[in-house]
Design a protein around this ligand. Structure first.
Ligand code: FAD
Length: 381
């Protein structure tokens, strides 16, 4: 397929893309099978990515970041997602960094962001609980002020990067019964933290190398200086403010996975023979590939528009929700057909499209389910 060069790309980004692609090929692809077995990517790769300048790429240099913009982040998501590298949770790391960047005090930013950019602190977002996912008003994890500390009790579930995380943007109730106004975010540094425990790394359908975990807090004491923005009750506002960025990021990963899957499938059908010819020659194969390439192109054009809007600061929550829902649904359709065109090999984990198929399913669930996306979109009509 003719590669569509996104309008937001330029020469500097092309060079950046080349070095990210080389890094992903050399440092991640060969380790992915081992990471999937052990259910996490380990801390070393985070340090290496930090050393290369591939973390917090859109965070200003004064806070230790690379000083680029969202396009640099996109390049890293694309080069990993195209190759099915789903264990390295750069997305949630960046979302966590953006909470600090957009809502943190100057002191919080200077203290924590450089350590996130170097890969020393791996970031996570602790929102979901066993009893509250879509309905965040139902959160129970409690943080009570006690002198210069908050004392935290509760538990979280499905936390990406949970096993490796050194810093969790933890969504807590600071004033139960006060609705949205009773919610705050506390930046919890986990190292040596008494009363903090990581439960199981969860056994998932896909994203096997991602250390999605349960987290437990029992009388955990965190300095009050780690309350994000140092004003209580801002949690919901802070979460809502950053939604377009998070949803765009999911859509970016989705379209990049589609592009990778379609490319792998085109190569496969040209090699594979049946009934004396390559399966690429069957009309069904040609038409299916034409459909997949078209759907992927439509997704790319929409996502590119979202990327440009994130860079310009104009991406609204409704458009971002459309992109998250439509791209993740289409991602699953497209990769399902790619599996079909691979026949039995498409069901084998050693094939990229197999791993991508299992990885894709959750894209429709996390980051707000696609039903919640439709709620958001319909309210604006
Ligand atoms: C692999 C993975 C990684 C994740 N990573 C993180 C993370 O890093 N941090 C974090 O905090 N969370 C994370 N999550 C949690 C994820 O965001 C939630 O699972 C998701 O928001 C849905 O919440 P729930 O599981 O409680 O489902 P529920 O809210 O119980 O939803 C169940 C079903 O009901 C539907 N539903 C709910 N409300 C409505 C409504 N109003 N209208 C119509 N339908 C509705 C849903 O769409 C869904 O189909 C992750 C989950 C997974 C599986």
């Amino acid at each position: 397929m003719n590669a569509l060069v996104s309008t937001w790309m330029d020469d500097d980004l092309s060079m950046f893309r080349d070095s990210v692609a080389r890094f992903v090929e050399a440092e991640m692809v060969p380790r992915d099978a081992e990471w999937r077995k052990q259910q996490h990517v380990g801390k070393e790769i985070w340090r290496k990515a930090g050393d290369m300048g591939f973390l917090c790429t859109d965070v200003a240099a004064e806070y230790g970041g690379v000083g680029g913009d969202f396009r640099h982040e996109v390049v890293v998501y694309e080069e990993t997602s195209r190759r099915g590298i789903s264990g390295f949770g750069q997305g949630v790391h960046s979302i966590c960094a953006h909470y600090l960047l957009n809502h943190g005090t100057e002191e919080q930013k200077r203290r924590l962001l450089p350590r996130m950019a170097s890969g020393e602190l791996i970031g996570a977002i602790g929102m979901s609980e066993p009893g509250a996912g879509s309905d965040l008003q139902g959160l129970k994890t409690r943080a009570e002020r006690d002198g210069d500390s908050y004392v935290i009790n509760g538990s979280k579930i499905f936390i990406s990067n949970g096993f490796l995380a050194g810093l969790i943007a933890l969504v807590v109730k600071t004033q139960p019964g006060a609705g949205a106004k009773g919610t705050s975010i506390i930046m919890v540094e986990t190292e040596g933290l008494e009363g903090y425990r990581v439960g199981r790394v969860l056994d998932k359908m896909g994203m096997k190398a991602q250390d999605t975990s349960e987290l437990f807090f029992e009388d955990v004491r965190v300095p009050a200086a780690n309350l994000l923005g140092e004003v209580e009750g801002q949690g919901f506002y802070q979460l809502m403010r950053d939604l377009p960025y998070e949803r765009a990021l999911i859509a970016v990963c989705g379209v990049a996975a589609m592009e990778g899957a379609v490319a792998a499938t085109v190569a496969y059908v040209k090699e594979r023979k049946a009934f004396g010819r390559s399966i690429a020659e069957f009309q069904n194969t040609k038409f299916k590939l034409a459909e997949l390439a078209t759907k992927t192109r439509i997704a790319r054009v929409f996502v590119d528009d979202c990327i440009a809007r994130v860079v310009a600061g104009t991406l609204d929550t409704v458009t971002a929700s459309m992109a998250k829902y439509w791209v993740s649904d289409t991602q699953q359709e497209v990769i399902d057909e790619c599996v079909q065109l691979h026949g039995g090999y498409g069901y084998m984990n050693e094939y990229l499209v197999c791993r991508m198929f299992a990885d894709a399913r959750v894209q429709r669930i996390y980051g707000g389910t696609n039903e919640i996306m439709k709620e958001v979109i319909s309210r604006a009509l």
